[in-house]
Design a protein around this ligand. Structure first.
Ligand SMILES: C[S@@+](CC[C@H](N)C(=O)[O-])C[C@H]1O[C@@H](n2cnc3c(N)ncnc32)[C@H](O)[C@@H]1O
Length: 480
């Protein structure tokens, strides 16, 4: 039984039950239909009864299969992965290959018409899991914590980058399935602990804390996999407020979160307020906003509750509860905290709607560093600094045909967060000459001479206009 994970992993790989194998076998039409919860095309694509089709039916589609001789059914049944009766094998879990090359074990996603979700449902790895994994810093770390590990997917991404990993969850069933995920992925030594929020790690410190928390904001905590039972967006707030106590010097905490938009309150103040007083530099990004109806529908659909007798009642309840709090929308986004050790920390709160270069984790440390360093740079230090325009920044000029000067100049990042900024002629000229060789001051003097502008005025204005461009990564300070 103990060598079952190794044997099963070997079987899965030999059969081609991998991300690419499943994708290729299903084809685009069936895969896209599955994303809409429609299984018929996938069932048609797996009619042949060969080993890969059989495993896709068993563990991806959740269809009972006739017991094939090559599947170690007794061992799998003993490990709680299948049940077997009358020659038919039925999966008790969803076992999916994951992009790291490992495997993730969870409960199966419910589809319309399925029995209601169990309260201790363990959610599978999906879009949100991938979003967090993409956001998390790639920097190698000593100790890492995955808070709310669920099926254990974040650990698959941390393994190899962290010397030691602690993973926690309130749901004991989540920890059981996570341990299966890690065993099937060949990951050893994860310290799995049960408990709420930071309770299981009281008094400890981590270089990296990651969490895809139970962020769903609902009137009642009905499902542990997505709702904490805390009031409104209080779980994410408390996670952010408590995190710094568990960070080692220089440590980072990164999480996904939802927050309320309340009539008469700027959401930036609400979420910015969670980070104020943490002593950490912070970066809050709102990626999307939904109105209350869209939000309630999304999560009722997620639990396959549309079309059930309670749907209208649950929907109405959810909306009435939002209305009682004057909620106008719900924001989705990322929160990153960095313990920079500075006595003058800064929190940047912003909306980013555009597609960004993935994975953000490749450059998130740089983003946090730019935000912090720019905030703490004095005007004199800035004027003495050697700036470099960031790689991939383009300049776009537009205006009426034949005009001598452009009406607008835009600097556009083709890399990273792909921001754009409308700038004046001086910043545009600086973008053309800043290659890290000369301090800003003499460059400004040269630009003043060329353009006929007053050098003193340019100098006085420079920190104000350049600070946002530095914080947003259009320029870097050269350290070479
Ligand atoms: C959205 S799932 C995330 C699972 C996984 N980490 C991922 O990235 O897909 C949230 C997890 O938080 C757990 N959870 C719920 N309440 C919690 C609490 N108070 N403290 C810690 N974890 C909690 C749930 O059991 C669930 O496994």
């Amino acid at each position: 039984m103990n060598d079952l994970p190794d044997r099963l992993r070997e079987l899965l790989l030999d059969t081609g039950y991998t991300i690419d194998g499943v994708r290729e076998r299903l084809g685009t039409v069936a895969a896209t239909a599955l994303a809409r919860e429609e299984t018929v095309p996938a069932l048609r694509a797996t009619r042949d009864g060969d080993p890969l089709a059989t495993l896709i039916r068993l563990w991806w589609l959740g269809v009972p299969i006739e017991a094939p001789g090559w599947l170690p059914v007794d061992g799998l049944a003993a490990a709680g992965l299948v049940t077997s009766a009358g020659g038919l094998v039925t999966s008790t879990v969803h076992l999916q290959p994951w992009e790291t090359g490992g495997y993730v074990v969870s409960d199966r996603k419910v589809r319309p018409g399925d029995p209601a979700l169990r309260e201790d449902h363990v959610v599978g790895a999906g879009g949100a899991s991938a979003n967090l994994a993409q956001l998390v810093s790639r920097r190698p770390v000593g100790r890492a914590l995955d808070l709310g590990t669920g099926c254990g997917v974040q650990v698959l991404h941390l393994a190899g980058r962290a010397g030691e990993v602690v993973a926690t969850d309130v749901n004991p069933r989540a920890l059981e399935l996570a341990q299966l995920s890690w065993a099937l992925s060949g990951i050893e030594g994860v310290d799995a602990r049960r408990g709420s929020l930071f309770d299981p790690v009281e008094g400890e410190r981590f270089d990296l804390v990651v969490s895809n928390p139970p962020f769903v904001i609902s009137p009642r905590g009905r499902f542990t996999y997505r709702e904490s039972g805390f009031e409104a967006d209080g779980f994410c707030r408390d996670l952010v407020r408590l995190a710094p106590r568990f960070l080692s010097p220089g440590g980072t905490c990164q999480l996904l979160a939802n927050w309320l938009h309340v009539d008469g309150e700027d959401w930036r103040d609400r979420v910015g307020g969670w980070l104020a007083g943490t002593g950490c530099d912070g970066w809050v990004v709102q990626r999307d906003v939904q109105d209350p109806a869209e939000y309630a529908e999304l999560w009722l659909r997620d639990a396959a509750e549309q079309g059930t007798p309670r749907y209208r009642e649950l929907y109405d309840d959810w909306l009435a509860w939002f209305e009682s709090m004057d909620v106008t929308g719900i924001g989705f986004g990322w929160i990153s905290l960095h313990d920079s050790g500075s006595l003058d920390p800064v929190v940047r709160v912003e909306e980013l709607g555009q597609r960004v270069e993935l994975p953000v984790g490749e450059y998130v440390d740089e983003v946090l560093a730019s935000i912090g360093a720019t905030h703490r740079l004095t005007g004199e230090e800035l004027l003495g600094a050697r700036l470099e325009v960031a790689e991939g920044v383009l300049e776009e000029r537009s205006g009426p045909p034949g005009a001598e000067d452009p009406a607008t100049i835009v600097l556009r990042q083709t890399r990273g967060l792909r921001r754009s900024a409308r700038v004046g002629t001086v910043e545009a000229a600086l973008a053309g000459v800043c290659d890290g060789d000369y301090p800003l001051d003499p460059l400004l003097a040269a630009i003043a001479e060329l353009t006929g502008e007053d050098a003193g005025v340019l100098r006085a204005r420079a920190p104000e206009v350049l600070r946002p461009l530095l914080a947003e990564g259009f320029f870097h300070i050269s350290t070479s």
